[in-house]
Design a protein around this ligand. Structure first.
Ligand code: DI6
Ligand code: FE
Length: 395
């Protein structure tokens, strides 16, 4: 199958956007076989079944590399409380926040978790998302953590989307147990069990005053290492506790949030190849005022990804396009940074080398847009110009 007469943002690293005008993309099964200018098309493709795309833009399928899309219930009441003056940390300390979603998630069956997540997943798919990361972390006990991960795996079977799972048992401490006891007696054994069932692609944690201290996260990462699993970390979201450096020390795939990260954190992440996952909808929802150090990430050459952080508390966000606009307007990321952030760098934040660019040999996951230029994708607010999505070579 040949897609011809297209503008291609290959995102292969050549600037700007790896852009090819009057291009063609040849697909063989679930893979990209060839990409280039139409007039350079190899002869053996000249007679292939082809589709004229009328100059539309083709990008890699989008990758949302940080979500909590599987969860029970909603927290609209907390949204109101924040409007009445309560802070996110105050609500968390008063037994609201993550812990209130835990109660609703524990009460939900696997079927109910899948059913409530699907409308959110469908909203992402409708914007060209082809790879989706989903975290556990609202169970805080073994059975519910495993049930969340099974629900996540099922989403990848009932929808045309690739799901990567992250075990986030170290998300919060249940009210009835101390953090160390929770970690040793519940979280680490649940990780072992989830891994034994093949439910874990990466291990994540929340390093924060209201969650886990660096020495506790270190124990989590040591266990992940023993199981041969890659790590990532919610770090420096509300304060700087050294989470980003700890993540870098363990060669983490990514450190996420990072509003309170500093220049030294950026240097450590660059040296380790750790991706900075920027989550502007959480910054926006919490009315945070300290922006992540984008210039430092740029200066040190830290790859930046953008993700929705879709969750019921700090980021009830199901639009990766709006996330791109926020990355640009709130953090001064360029439209090219934003597109790299939801393609090449987002794939890297998940440890996936076979996607995120349009290059020969990559997976044939593509998004086809009714726009002139890739900058248009970051520019609009609340407008979805997706024409069609190609998933695993299928239109
Ligand atoms: N940081 C976040 O933004 C989400 N989790 C985390 O560690 C928020 C989760 C929630 O408020 O339910
Ligand atoms: Fe998160």
């Amino acid at each position: 199958m040949l897609l011809r007469n297209v503008t291609i943002a290959t995102m292969d690293g050549a600037t700007p956007y790896g852009l090819i005008r009057e291009g063609a993309v040849a697909l063989h099964g679930a893979q990209i076989a060839w990409v280039g200018k139409m007039d350079a098309l190899p002869r053996d493709w000249a007679n292939a079944e082809s589709l004229d795309l009328d100059g539309r833009l083709v990008t890699p399928g989008l990758v949302d590399c940080h979500t909590h899309v599987v969860h029970g219930g909603n927290r609209a009441r907390e949204f109101e409380m924040r409007l009445e003056g309560a802070s996110y940390a105050e609500i968390a300390r008063a037994g609201g926040g993550i812990v209130s979603t835990v109660a609703q998630t524990r009460a939900a069956s696997e079927d109910a978790l899948v059913a409530s997540a699907l409308p959110r997943v469908d909203a992402l798919i409708a914007e060209g998302v082809t790879t989706l990361e989903i975290k556990s972390g609202y169970g805080l006990e073994r059975d519910t953590e495993l049930r969340m991960l099974r629900a996540a795996r099922r989403i990848g079977k009932v929808r045309p989307i690739h799901v990567c799972t992250s075990f986030l048992g170290a998300h919060a401490t249940p009210a009835d147990i101390g953090a160390d006891a929770y970690l040793d007696d519940v979280c680490l054994p649940a990780l072992d069990a989830a891994h034994a069932e093949g439910l874990v692609d990466a291990v994540d944690g929340f390093c924060e005053g209201i969650a886990f201290a660096p020495d506790q996260i270190r124990r989590l990462f040591e266990r992940a290492g023993a199981l041969g699993l890659p790590v990532k970390l919610h770090a420096e979201q509300l304060s700087n506790l050294g989470g980003a450096r700890l993540a870098a020390e363990f060669g983490a795939l990514s450190a996420d949030h990072l509003e309170y990260a500093d220049d030294g954190d950026a240097a450590a992440m660059a040296a380790a190849g750790t991706v900075a996952v920027i989550l502007p909808a959480a910054f926006y929802t919490l009315r945070e005022t300290q922006a992540p150090p984008i210039d430092a990430f740029r200066r040190h050459g830290v790859p930046m990804a953008l993700a929705t952080d879709c969750n019921p508390g700090s980021s009830p966000m199901t639009s990766l396009l709006l996330t791109m606009n926020m990355g640009a307007t709130l953090f001064r990321m360029t439209p090219e940074d934003c597109l790299a952030g939801v393609t090449r760098n987002a794939a890297r934040a998940l440890g996936l080398q076979d996607r995120g660019t349009i290059t020969a040999g990559a997976r044939a996951d593509l998004a086809i847009w009714d726009v002139e230029h890739p900058r248009d994708l970051s520019y609009r607010i609340g407008f979805n110009p997706l024409w069609k999505r190609v998933y695993g070579g299928k239109l």
